[in-house]
Design a protein around this ligand. Sequence first.
Ligand code: SAM
Ligand code: SF4
Length: 326
Amino acid sequence: MLLTDSTGRTINYLRLSVTDRCNLRCFYCMPKEGIVNKGHAAVLTYEELLLVAETAVGLGIEKIRITGGEPLVRADIIGFLEKLAGIPGLRHIALTTNGLLLAEMADDLYRAGVQRLNVSLDSLHPHTFSEITRGGDLKKVLAGLDAAEQAGFPPPKINCVIMRGVNDAEILDFAERTLSNGNSIRFIEYMPAVKEDDWQRYSISGEEILGRIADRYMLEHVDKGPFSGPSRDFRIPGARGSIGIITAVSGHFCSECNRIRVTSTGQAKGCLFSDTKTDLIPWLRPPDRVGLAGVLKEIVSTKPERHDISQAGYTHTNFTMSHVGG
Ligand code: SAM
Ligand code: SF4
């Protein structure tokens, strides 16, 4: 079954957040003081998350990415992933993690049926990494990357948010990792989530990132795989990993957007930057599969055509990326 929105885009990808808790406090994602965690009752149970997933797959979703907060801090996440992997028709399960707990959990994640890992890593220097994450230990993430491969995963994709004056001097070091370690790198433009009036001071466009790499290395285009998102992908000849640019802010990402999002408290969003969200709780408590399918279809059919972040005068309600799931 094909799920299409009003502009003809096929929507086959659900980002499902399982928690808004996190063991880091990245400065671009969460306020310094952290966030008030939603109480247990507000967060969807695993049964409710599975109902959302099953219903979405029944409508045409083929890929689900588990995100958070930090998904690996939720108790019994492995048991949940095993059940998720058993949903007929679900072709691809990916998980985005900060990697802190990966060294100890990689084997279980692989056995549970997760097919692909994305690890967020914004600096290869311990001090800068600790500053960005407000205290994170880089060694643990690097150990997690190794453990993932030993467990049987393909080299994890690294998500790297590039910020001017913070880590932009490391663009080439990350690009080099596609040659030396086989990781693919996705450079993500910094997005204005934790509201700061001067957020643009960190901004570096995907074009500039690409330009800096192209000054040093030859780059060839890479054709997209069936489940790749709206990144533009390149490869340094001979590298095992690819280099992707996700121009969520500057680029024309929206025309290829294939995703919807559901937060850990059951708020569904057709667009990350839209203030419109739909509360799924009335269809989950008590469970109403038919009603839930109807409301998910409605979210897809009213998915905004594009966001306006780069337009003058753009405003949105402040949100924490850890709640929406990135
Ligand atoms: N905790 C997990 C992690 O960090 O990978 C999953 C959740 S995190 C919210 C998902 C992704 O959102 C991460 O790759 C993170 O770098 C990205 N992200 C968070 N805030 C962002 C921002 N302001 N701009 C761009 N990307 C952001
Ligand atoms: Fe946590 Fe991920 Fe947000 Fe960092 S980006 S604070 S690791 S949820």
